[in-house]
Unconditional design. Structure first.
Length: 313
């Protein structure tokens, strides 16, 4: 199993064949939908239709279905919301979207949501009362609690509250590169203690200060997490993304991005894995860096599968 823990919808829908050619067996697909429940339902309806109409893709709701799809040589697709803005302030909607197929929820997208503080907020006020209720619902239903884009204080409080595994679907180590989207060691330790995983993000600004980071700089984040919490808590959340200048300006104007934290495109993903077709280059370089075959297989997908089997077997 080779798993990408975060795929952005525009890039993925236009190029999912690249993931198939690269040998991926499962993709966690982020679903858009604006910031209101009705628009999120409409977006999910479109996703379900497109998956149904595409032979090589299979919507999955459990880890077992993911393995069955791989056995049939179909690319398994697990659905993901990157923010709880889509839920408004109604914890009852957690189950509604679970029934519509969503199996991972991000708590916030860079800025304060009804649930939690964001990674780019000057001050993270922590979890709201509604947020605490939503996390309890996620735990009850087997939805993974995702810390990518979430503020550190909110992450710490969610770790104290959550009874299930917590993940960071596409985040790196702040100790390796001090970007606000990356995680401090305390949160990484908490994720590992919960049974969760950190999906390594290939977005260049989160890897290093270089415009074109190297593969070794990307692997350095893995090495740090492994040295901090031991093997088994690193995966991939590559976050391949292309964007037009107009869309970039829209994200800047919205306040969700800043030019300091998200430099203007074009973006150069780590050299050697510039696209998902070449992911085998990562395995070769990890081997050269001293990773054993079992550890490489874990990071490529087995570690994600372990977490999926804990949350929704």
């Amino acid at each position: 199993m080779i798993v990408d823990g975060t795929c952005t919808p525009d890039q993925w829908w236009s190029g999912y064949q690249d993931w198939i050619e690269g040998g991926f067996t499962a993709c966690v697909l982020s679903v858009g939908g604006g910031s209101a429940p009705d628009s999120a339902v409409a977006a999910l309806g479109e996703v379900h239709r497109r998956l149904r109409e595409t032979d090589r893709l299979q919507l999955v709701l459990t880890a077992a279905e993911m393995r069955h799809a791989a056995a049939r040589r179909q690319l398994a697709v697990l659905l993901h919301f990157q923010t709880t803005h889509l839920l408004g302030e109604n914890p009852d909607l957690v189950e509604v979207f679970w029934r519509l197929g969503v199996r991972m929820f991000g708590l916030a997208y860079n800025r304060t949501s009804p649930v939690a503080g964001g990674a780019l907020d000057p001050v993270d006020e922590g979890l709201s009362t509604v947020g605490r209720r939503m996390i309890a619902e996620m735990n009850r239903l087997g939805i993974l609690v995702d810390f990518a884009h979430t503020g550190w204080r909110s992450c710490a409080q969610a770790l104290e509250l959550s009874s299930g595994p917590c993940v960071a679907s596409h985040s790196n180590a702040h100790a390796v590169h001090a970007h606000p989207r990356n995680l401090p060691d305390s949160v990484i330790k908490g994720i590992a203690a919960s049974g969760g995983i950190v999906g390594m993000n290939g977005f260049p600004a989160f890897v290093s200060s270089d415009a074109a980071p190297t593969l070794d700089q990307f692997i350095d984040h893995m090495v740090h997490v492994d040295s901090l919490v031991g093997p088994g808590h690193v995966g991939l959340g590559l976050d391949y993304c292309t964007i037009t200048s107009a869309d970039y300006e829209e994200m800047i104007d919205s306040g969700d991005w800043t030019t300091d934290d998200y430099p203007p495109p074009p973006w150069n993903y780590p050299q050697g894995i510039e696209n998902p077709r070449s992911i085998d280059a990562l395995a070769r370089r990890m081997s050269a860096r001293g990773y054993a075959e079992q550890e490489i297989n874990g990071i490529l997908g087995a570690n994600w599968m372990r977490v999926f089997e804990l949350a929704f077997p």
